[in-house]
Design a protein around this ligand. Structure first.
Ligand code: NAD
Length: 344
């Protein structure tokens, strides 16, 4: 028997989980509100074809809790939430279905603020904003979060170098980057500007090869990037890439990257620590985008956005210092800090 939603391992005391089923347009969507303790629950909308509806619920719950932690640790006055729209196999996205989703967001009266995520385009977000005002990160409000995320990830990689290698001078520091899209590509450019040695990989092998030529690095097959001997591994593609097998194969001193939910089960945080590999908790490292996306809600100007992104380095240093003292892994320390911030 399927467990009740409260009993799901990822439920984690969500304040609310809203399920929408609009027969007329075919919309099936979930809006998960993990916490509004610090402000309206903010987090993107993912448009994805899931194997089954259970997978969609799990994704929504995990992503929503992740946003609570991310927003809290970034010092934002926003709680955490996430929406998923269950796409059909052909991933068709008719306008009337998007309108129905926008009405669903609107029906929550601002308790949930949406933004762009996987499968949703900038144009989709603009179309939602015609129906509901609870949309953040529109093109005229800062637009693409990628460059802001990339800058935060660069600062996270630099902080990891400082803690694990004893230097924040990146010249000659070897960083292996998995995924060179918006975030990983931006990170590679920052690192190249600072003289780092780069090994790049992407499932789009040409993309990695071209960037490596442009920046003076090397590219390897996507299947090999986690076996590269380097100083720092930076996952900037998919989640759940740190597994028992992949952690035991790593040949690096630190892991710091932009991908969401890097630890496959959570236990890998301990495995990394046991192997003496420093871990930079993903939601602390990759908060640059949401810091910028929420600039309107936060009334933050460019200087304030920069200050908040710069604070990623200090936050990581504080997490690692507490981890070094108390024996908890950096992931556990970060989770505890985030839970305290959201009153749990
Ligand atoms: P993107 O789609 O622009 O880039 C992802 C890149 O990874 C693509 O080039 C893709 O080909 C590559 N890729 C996919 N699977 C791969 C694999 N198995 N091995 C190697 N490369 C692979 O996405 P993005 O915006 O750069 O986001 C990257 C990650 O960062 C995602 O996990 C995303 O959730 C996370 N993230 C992004 C932002 C943001 O502002 N864009 C913010 C927070 C977190």
């Amino acid at each position: 028997m399927m467990p009740a939603i409260w009993d799901l391992p990822d439920f984690d005391s969500h304040e609310a989980v809203h399920v929408f089923d609009d027969r007329a347009t075919g919309l099936k969507a979930i809006i998960a509100v993990h916490s509004t303790y610090l402000g309206p629950a903010a987090g993107g909308t993912r448009f994805w074809h899931y194997a089954d509806s259970q997978a969609a619920v799990t994704d929504a719950l995990r992503l929503s809790r992740g946003m609570s932690y991310k927003n809290a640790m970034a010092g934002l006055s926003a709680g955490g939430g996430k929406a998923v729209i269950l796409a059909n196999p052909a991933r068709t996205k008719p306008q009337d279905m998007l309108d129905a989703f926008a009405r669903a967001v609107d029906s929550l009266g601002g308790k949930y603020i949406t933004a762009q995520d996987v499968g949703m385009s900038e144009a989709d977000m603009v179309s939602l904003s015609k129906v509901t005002s609870h949309v953040a990160g529109l093109p005229d409000q800062g637009g693409d979060p990628g460059p802001y995320t990339a800058r935060g990830v660069f600062l996270g990689v630099q902080a990891a170098a400082k803690h694990a290698l004893g230097t924040d001078d990146m010249s000659g520091v070897h960083v292996a980057i998995q995924g060179v899209g918006s975030v990983g590509g931006g990170l590679a450019r920052y690192l190249a500007d600072h003289g780092a040695k780069l090994t790049l990989a992407d499932v789009d092998a040409q993309r990695a090869a071209d960037l490596a030529v442009e920046l003076g690095g090397k590219s390897v097959a996507a299947t090999d990037i986690m076996n590269v001997e380097a100083d720092i591994f930076s996952p900037c593609a998919l989640g759940a890439i740190l597994t028992e097998a992949s952690v035991s194969a790593l040949k690096v001193r630190a892991v710091a990257g932009g991908a969401n939910n890097q630890l496959a089960t959570g236990r890998e945080g301990r495995m990394l620590a046991d192997r003496g590999i420093l871990y930079a908790p993903d939601y602390v490292v990759n908060a640059g985008g949401i810091i910028n996306v929420l600039r309107h809600i936060e009334n933050a100007d460019d200087a304030e956005i920069n200050r908040r992104i710069n604070a990623i380095s200090e936050r990581l240093a504080a997490i690692w210092a507490e981890s070094d003292l108390g024996g908890k892994t950096p992931a556990e320390v970060a989770d505890n800090m985030a839970q305290k911030l959201i009153g749990r």
